[in-house]
Ligand binder design. Structure first.
Ligand code: RB5
Length: 151
């Protein structure tokens, strides 16, 4: 799978660890920064990696900041992005099964390294269920179109 990943300074260490994990699992990883633990702004970093998904240059994206909140708010402004902030394996699984989330946002300050790895694994390996959930995704897309117009 082609996966774009970005973080702000709070998520930098976790990003480096998750990149290794994704590469060991034979994914193609696009590291969109940041490149150090120096302070930077999460909207800039969310725009780059989630933008890859929005522009169909990447299958999925993973965004990491302190709480995951800023990343998810920013990423969901992009067309076609369904970003889910997940704190446990169950929300990660349901974000895929029911919401077809294409961007995963993670809170580096709030969960352990081990839990973060489990969330990423669950999220990558859970499939969208389609059916009634596809109809609901269609309604989300209609809201986006009404609010933002055609691309
Ligand atoms: C940065 O201090 C912090 O605000 C950011 O990592 C994130 O938690 C924002 O939602």
């Amino acid at each position: 799978m082609k996966i774009a990943i970005s973080s702000d300074h709070r998520g930098y260490q976790a990003k480096q660890r998750i990149i290794k994990m994704l590469q060991n699992d034979e994914n193609e990883v696009d590291d969109c920064g940041c490149d150090s633990a120096e302070s930077c702004d999460y909207p800039d970093m969310a725009k780059i990696a989630a933008g890859r998904v929005s522009k169909h240059e990447s299958d999925r994206a993973i965004l990491i900041c302190g709480t995951g909140l800023g990343m998810s708010i920013a990423a969901n402004k992009l067309r076609g992005v369904r970003a889910a902030l997940c704190h446990d394996e169950l929300t990660a699984q349901f974000s895929r099964k029911h919401n077809n989330a294409n961007v995963l946002c993670l809170p580096a300050d709030l969960i352990s390294d081990q839990l973060m790895s489990s969330i990423v694994n669950s999220w990558l390996h859970t499939k969208f269920e389609g059916g009634r959930h596809a109809r609901r995704i269609g309604k989300i897309e209609a809201i986006e179109k009404e609010a933002c117009g055609d691309a």
